[in-house]
Structures are given as C-alpha cells and as structure tokens.
Design a protein around this ligand. Structure first.
Ligand SMILES: [Ca+2]
Ligand SMILES: [Ca+2]
Length: 458
C-alpha cells in the first residue's frame, strides 16, 4: 500500500484541513493516474512537498472542492532539472475539476511549486507524450494558477474607490463611459481601454455587453473604481474568443467610471451662491460675461449673447436666470452638449460639468434690433426728440436724446457694440434726405415704413 506523508515547509503552505486523509489519497491517485501511464504497481512511498511563493496579497477566491481550474505548469526531474512535461508543450485540457490536493486553498494568480516524489519498483512509466519517467524519479511541478471558478459562481464585485457625496448610481438604461483593464486572474492583461486612449461606452443592462458586465455596471457612482470578476458562464463561456480569450476563462476587469447619464436626463443646475441683491436676471438677448471652471477670479471671463446660439444648449440653459455674482454647478448630459460628436477635446457622449459665475450682465435687445424702448416710447416722438424745440434734430441732439433714454432706463441699446456708431446709424436712417438733421416729416412716413422703421430703429 501507499504510505503518505506530508511535510509543510513554512506557515503559508497549502491548507488541507478540509480534506480527510482518504480524500487526500484519492486526489493523489487521480493525479498520478492522469500524469503517468502506470504500467506497474506504484511504489510504497509517495511524498508530496508543497512550497508556495508569489502569494497574492488579495485572494478573492480560493480553490475549493468541485471548482474548475485552469493553470500552467512545468514539470521537471528533480535530479537533473530536465523538463518532462509542460503546459506549453503539452496542450491537454487544463480545465479540470480541482482534483490536485495541493491546489486546494490556492489563490488564482498564485504560483506554487510542489515536489512529487514517487518511488517505483522495477519499471519505468510513460507519460501520454511518450516521455519516460524512470523508476524512482522525483518530479518537480511548478504550477501557475490561471483561474478558478465554479459554475455556481456569480459576478464578484469589489468596490475600490467610491467617491464621497455620490447621490446617484447607475441603473438599467443609463449610458456609461468607463475605462478598464481586462486581465485574467493571473494578472495577464488581455484588453485595455487605456491603451486605446478611449473609454468604452455602452448602455447598461440591455445586453450590449457580456452578462456579467451588465450586472457589474449597476449601482456605480461617477468616478468610482471597481474590480469585477466574471466567471466564464457569464462571460465568453467555454469557447472563449479566438486567440483573445481562451475557453472557460475567468475575466477580471478593473473599471473606472468616467461618467454616465440617461437619455432622459435634463440639464442639472445647482445654485451654489446667490448674491443678496438679485434684481436682474439673465435672459435671451442679454450680453453677459461669465467665468467657467475657473480657479481664479482674475481669469478673464467669456462673453456671449444669450439666445444667439453661441454656446451648447446645456450651457445656454445653465447661464439663464442668473444674477450678477451668482454661482452655479451645471451638469450637462451629452444630448444637451456635444452629443455623439467629439468637439475640441471633448470626447463623444461626454457628460459635461461646469462651475459658472455670472460676472456682468447687460440687458440686450432682440435679434436684428439696435435699440428698443423699455415699455412704450414717447408719443408723439418728434417733440420729445427735439430737445430745444427748434423743429430740427441734428446728430448731437439725437445722440443726447437717445443717451438720456438709456440712462433713464426707458430705452436700451444693443450691448457689445460701440454706442456712438449705433446712434450714428440710427440717425442716418432717419435723416432721409441726408441734410444732417431730422425734421418731423422725416419721422412721419407711410404706414408701412412707420411700422418697419419702428421695428428696426425707433
Ligand atoms: Ca432741435
Ligand atoms: Ca433731414
């Protein structure tokens, strides 16, 4: 019969406590019958020495009974170091039930060495490859555990970094952009979005990605880092993907959420500072100066006219209804941003975040207007314009009249354009005979012209 001893060389050795001695024996018999074509009865002594190294710091999954394992190994003779077998040259199915007693408790990604010392009586043995194992050989196996799974396994999710103040997490139907490194459990990289320098973008929970990832992408915060371990039955199954992913591979994804949104999301506006005095708010046609994402109040502000289609829809919305000095945080989903197009360094489908501050606000005039009355203008107009009552209005008088209206809050010039040149244009339009002065007749023209002039100028 066999005599079995087990020597443990250090404290971090295989724990076999779960196995009974009988199980252990069975495991070793299985091991031998697999590795060797035994054509004689085995010798009286079987001694297994296990020495492990490169034990992973984190071991999410240890080998347990009925697990499936994939591993690489080198088999050498102890005596001369010559190789007798290797997973590199001997591609049988590495995907077995974990019957190696020594594999129990091993972590994926871990390298272990074990010595299998066998004593045979008279005859040599032969491996399936034909390699002869002489009598009384000591075999050294170096095993690298590639991965471990059980068909009962679900996706394992490990939160790595969860941003503080995360109020919203991903749900089915959201569109997510994330970076990832995809490795096997032994740490071998098989895919990386970082190498492509482009996020992976997808809808969640709708079958666009492998089943395990669809599950793992639920409940994430923006900025969150998560490790996801997906067993093959929730990934690429027994077939794998070409040379890319072997059959029955367990996949490990380290993902980093860049952003996500739902196609139904509105622009989200949060007022972070409201000045005490807030009488006038920005609206369409106003000329505004604002800062965005600016760490310093000394940065020169941007200028735009609201409603003039100068900025993306979401920013337009975020800038409206502000008073001077107000600050806001605005989150703009891509359908109110740059959509599915890349734009000036903004990746496609990106959610945009703005910190806004309204610096200056000049009330505007509608498109195509140079001057508007606030409320009703003077009626009749000419006597009001003719400030000195001499029945004629030269440019200087006209200019003074318009400026008095603006100062008194009764009229408004188009902001952002030199007032003198606007007033000169308005004057030239009214001075129909170009004699350098406006008389009453030049204001009373045909009905059509009156309405047109009133709209265009006065
Ligand atoms: Ca006059
Ligand atoms: Ca004239």
């Amino acid at each position: 019969m066999w005599r079995t001893t087990r020597r443990l060389l250090s404290s971090n050795r295989v724990s076999l406590s779960r196995l009974t001695e009988l199980q252990l024996l069975q495991q070793k018999l299985l091991l031998l019958s697999h590795l060797l074509t035994v054509n004689c009865s085995p010798g009286p002594l079987l001694d297994v020495v296990v020495d492990r190294y490169d034990i992973p710091k984190v071991c999410p999954r240890e080998v347990e009974i009925e697990d499936f394992v994939r591993y690489h190994f080198n088999g050498t003779f102890f005596e001369d170091g010559k190789k007798f077998d290797s997973s590199k040259i001997h591609y049988f199915d590495f995907y077995w039930m974990a019957f190696f007693a020594v594999l129990f408790g091993v972590c994926s990604g871990q390298i272990l060495i074990f010595f299998l010392i066998t004593f045979f009586h008279e005859h040599a043995s032969f491996l399936p490859t034909g390699t002869m194992i002489p009598p009384q050989a000591t075999l050294v196996f170096e095993v690298l555990m590639v991965d471990v799974f059980n068909p009962k396994d679900d996706v394992i999710v490990e939160a790595k970094e969860v941003p503080k103040g995360c109020t919203r997490t991903t749900v089915t139907g959201d569109y997510i952009r994330y970076h990832y490194n995809g490795t096997f459990q032994d740490g071998t990289l098989f895919d990386s979005s970082y190498q492509r320098n482009s996020t992976y973008n997808t809808y969640i929970g709708m079958g666009y990605v492998i089943q395990g990832m669809d599950k793992a992408l639920q409940g994430l915060c923006i900025g969150e880092k998560r490790r996801v371990i997906i067993p093959p039955h929730l990934a690429y199954g027994e077939k794998g993907v070409g040379d890319f992913i072997p059959g029955s591979a367990v996949l490990v994804f380290d993902i980093h959420v860049i952003d996500f949104h739902n196609p139904k999301d509105p622009v989200n506006i949060k007022v972070t500072h409201k000045p005490q005095e807030c009488n006038m708010r920005s609206e369409a046609d106003d000329l505004i100066q604002y800062r965005y994402n600016s760490p310093s109040a000394f940065d020169s502000p941007s200028t735009t006219t609201l409603g003039a289609n100068n900025v993306i829809l979401g920013l337009e919305e975020g800038l409206r209804g502000m008073c001077v000095g107000e600050r806001r945080e605005v989150v703009i989903p891509p359908h109110f941003g740059h959509g599915e197009n890349e734009a000036g360094g903004v990746p496609k489908s990106a959610v945009l975040f703005f910190e806004l501050e309204l610096v200056e606000l000049q009330k505007g005039v509608p498109e195509d207007y140079m001057f508007v009355w606030v409320g009703d203008g003077p009626d009749p107009l000419f006597p009001a314009m003719d400030l000195d009552g001499d029945k004629q209005v030269p440019l200087e008088e006209f200019s003074l009249f318009i400026r008095l209206q603006v100062q008194g809050g009764k009229g408004r010039l188009r902001p952002g354009i030199d007032a003198d040149s606007i007033i000169k244009d308005m004057f030239d339009n009214q001075d129909r005979n170009k004699d350098g002065k406006i008389v009453e007749d030049e204001l009373t023209v045909t009905e059509d012209e009156v309405s047109k002039q009133a709209r265009d100028e006065l």
